[in-house]
Write a protein of this length. Structure first.
Length: 318
């Protein structure tokens, strides 16, 4: 009998040890994958995305040549965020805050400046947290939403703009939608989202399957997903379930224009349709045929202007 209990204790110890070891290994792998998607070796996990976040030469050239104003704010958690403010040559109290895509910086947003100036807006291009010259670590919207609030206050209080809209591209578009449902202290007059994902978890699952080549094994994907969620909570204090644009637009109050490229292979057009269907505020949508991810303004500048102008007119902004 003593030997029996001895073996039971031994087996129990082995099981507990294996459980602890499995969780340690899972946590390490989950954290590694989260960091890869977040910043490190992104080209391995998502090959179509290259990291240009630190290349700010283009925007610095524009600031010098066109006398655009480099501006900064300090966030609630003490990080300095950097932007470029372009004042319209025609006096106006309208402004738009433009947010770039993932692994980019405010240089990516330069193409939006002429359109908004023509429509009668002052323009603020910003580097998102952890991108370009802005400090901090990307948190997938957990802290970026309050960063947007700080920029909105800057536009209203320091630059004296009374009507402020938000345009986002790719990741910036998803942040814009998260902000739309956040009940912010300064309400945006409108939102324009271009190429947003509907739910970050869908992107993670898709990229995990592609990267790990385990298309049919949902058990492995779900286990890694669990540990990535733990890692994300450790790094940001939030989970992907909290940071869903699809959930946020249910609570939106301001008009939203949903834009997408018809040839987008990174975020499918079905994401835009889900977002559009879920939106509770005034909304319009447009798909740019044959346009890849987040480049519709380059491929179709005139069409982009016409669609944007119609939306702003319909929303009584212009």
């Amino acid at each position: 009998m003593k030997n029996y209990y001895k073996y039971v204790y031994l087996l129990t110890g082995i099981i507990i040890g294996c459980f602890i070891m499995a969780n340690i290994v899972g946590a390490i792998i989950g954290n590694t994958l989260y960091l890869m998607f977040n910043k490190q070796h992104v080209d391995r996990l998502v090959p179509v995305l290259a990291d240009y976040s630190q290349n700010v030469d283009r925007i610095k050239k524009y600031e010098a040549e066109k006398k655009w104003e480099r501006v900064t704010i300090t966030t609630n958690d003490g990080y300095v965020m950097v932007g470029t403010y372009i004042k319209n040559s025609v006096p106006t109290d309208k402004a738009v805050l433009v947010m770039h895509g993932i692994y980019q910086n405010r240089s990516m947003s330069i193409d939006y400046v002429p359109i908004y100036l023509k429509l009668g807006f002052n323009v603020l291009l910003i580097d998102l947290r952890g991108h370009g010259e802005s400090k901090g670590q990307m948190t997938w919207g957990k802290k970026e939403v309050t960063d947007i609030d700080a920029w909105m206050a800057f536009l209203k209080n320091q630059k004296k703009n009374n009507i402020i809209g938000i345009q986002g591209i790719s990741l910036g578009a998803s942040y814009a939608l998260l902000h739309s449902g956040s009940n912010p202290p300064i309400q945006a007059a409108f939102y324009v989202e271009d190429s947003a994902y509907d739910d970050l978890s869908h992107i993670y699952h898709e990229k995990f399957r592609s990267f790990l080549q385990v298309q049919k094994n949902d058990f492995i994907i779900n286990m890694l997903w669990f540990y990535c969620q733990l890692s994300m909570y450790w790094h940001t204090g939030g989970t992907m379930a909290e940071l869903s644009p699809l959930s946020a637009v249910h609570k939106a109050k301001s008009p939203i224009l949903f834009l997408h490229g018809g040839a987008d292979e990174l975020v499918p057009t079905t994401s835009m349709q889900k977002l559009y269907d879920a939106c509770s505020s005034y909304k319009e949508s447009h798909i740019f045929a044959d346009s890849p991810h987040a480049v519709s303004i380059e491929k179709n500048p005139r069409e982009y202007y016409d669609v944007l102008r119609k939306f702003l007119y319909d929303s009584n902004i212009i």
